[in-house]
Design a protein around this ligand. Sequence first.
Ligand SMILES: NC(=O)CC[C@H](N)C(=O)O
Length: 222
Amino acid sequence: MTQKQVEHKKIRVGVLALQGAFAEHIILLNTLPQVSEAVAVRNAQEINQVDALVIPGGESTTMALIAERSGFWPALQEYVRSRPTWGTCAGMILLSECVTSGGTLKGDQKLLGGLGISIKRNAFGTQKESFEAGLHVEGLENAEKLFPGVFIRAPVIDEILEKADVQIVATLQRDYGKTPKGTIVAVKRGHLLGTAFHPELTHDSRMHQFFVQMAQEWIASH
Ligand SMILES: NC(=O)CC[C@H](N)C(=O)O
């Protein structure tokens, strides 16, 4: 095997399976050649058996409550501190530092943090305001082909707090309701990735490939 192949051996990816759209992530990840296995993760023992973690869409407050009540929260906090983790929608909320709602800080939301951003939950309104938007995603394979961003009761990044090392990965290409063109909907910070949209609900696996490659590179260099 070449040096590059040795550095990027296949990885075992866990998907947090406490609530939300975890099955769709597992199905899509299991189609990728660079993934040895994608599995559901529900406790401290299972999380320590995966090389990278996806926190799916769903309800962020519900996921946090289940993790706390089952005693899983400390292990989850420890994992995301140093291991490759991707939060989609509710998952990105959990990886944010704080949640604002129309500018006011909502201190009651339990968060894992790490992405160095503040989040506005339900930024586009209720379920009926859900939509699909073509997105230009930095670093995606065939980036000239827009990625189908599925937004369901989605948050947006309200502010980048750690400007030195947070990279903008995707922004809205036009206004959506009161949410203006240029609003940030995906960011990357070290071993962490956050997307406000749901790649697992599309047949386009490029975002999952992007995360797996990011995780492999992180593992190879740490
Ligand atoms: N599709 C989703 O994950 C919705 C996120 C949810 N509205 C929350 O604030 O946690």
